[in-house]
Design a protein around this ligand. Sequence first.
Ligand code: PXL
Length: 289
Amino acid sequence: MTSTAFDPAALAASDAATPALALTIAGSEATGGAGAQADLKTFQELGVFGIANLTCIVSFDPQDNWNHRFVPIDQQVIADQLEATTAAYGAASGAPSVLDTVKIGMLGSPATISTVATALAAAAFTNVVLDPVLICKGQESGHALDTDQALKAQILPLATFVTPNHFEAESLSGLEITDLASLKAAAVRIHELSGAAVLAKGGVRLAGPAAVDVYYDGETLEVLSAPKVGEVAVSGAGCSLAAAITAELAKGATPLEAARTAKSFVTAGIRNRVASGAPFDALWQGGPR
Ligand code: PXL
């Protein structure tokens, strides 16, 4: 098992005059805990120039058990954002620092999945980190099923790194996950299905004193472990973990190094979480400082 301490000196060294670039294609989560806001804060903390192209706007509903109110962005507006970003920083842009790393967060509808899949296929990014956000609290279940199937068919094959949580790992692998052995089996299965490096997250969902994640890339299987901070999931942990992997890949880390750094970044962010009037705390990306 590996448990890596976060190293602020390494972070400072990475914050070069011409920063690496990373794009997140994600939803806005109005309270700032999750989604594109969490991704941009993570990119900035890790010394990467962050770009966000929005797919939807989520506003929790305090009158309805904090369920998600979900509004998709118009498909043409999503395509316009991707066009602007690739023209400014893509391989053919002539930019001194080329955008070759993207994170995919909440897409939320089959239409958005098609729009994003088309843009991804055209842009040929080196690193495509997929946080396979499969279910949105309060979303109608028939709609969610369509979205899950489209994500698996159109986006998963384009991913080079995928970061499923417990629920998403069960859904993608078709396996029941009850312990470390079954989490490992799911990580292996998801790699076989996608060809991507996988970080399958046990989080607070597996019993025991540690928050355990399994990394598998077809060759190396490594268990990343950190002491649990409470037993309740913190908002933005999944987004920030995938965003930290994205930032590290953009700076040239290997997938395994990126996973290790991201795990310690998120552990520090959870230790320093921010409380609010909502029934969940939010991860603080400044925690490692
Ligand atoms: O944590 C998953 C997530 C991702 N993206 C957006 C969200 C959420 C959860 O609230 O709102 C936009």
